[in-house]
Write a new protein. Structure first.
Length: 100
């Protein structure tokens, strides 16, 4: 989200009741969407755990989002492997029938 190139704009978002001004080159709608997602996760965890300690809920939120990321990465890697396997099988088949 935050990039190292020249920053073009500031975007203000609210997460866990706190306002943050972020400097970013990313689209404002994307940044606000990300903040909204994190805020919703934060509130869900806060409600589920009945914990009012902002730092503890923030850590639990980060862990849940990280778990989602790792799951999507694993699914992506599995899909890439299956596509690669199918591609190789198709190329092998085409080579056998003299099409490649």
């Amino acid at each position: 989200m935050i990039k190292s190139r020249l920053v073009k704009r500031s975007v203000t978002v609210q997460v866990a009741g706190q306002r943050y001004t972020l400097k970013t080159d990313d689209d404002e709608r994307l940044v606000k969407s990300l903040a909204s997602y994190v805020d919703a996760k934060f509130r869900d965890i806060q409600k589920a755990t009945r914990n009012q300690d902002t730092q503890a809920v923030a850590i639990l939120t980060a862990l849940q989002v990280a778990e989602e990321l790792f799951q999507v990465r694993a699914e992506s890697a599995d899909l890439k492997k299956r596509v690669g396997d199918k591609t190789r099988a198709l190329l092998d088949y085409l080579a056998k029938v003299g099409r490649v």
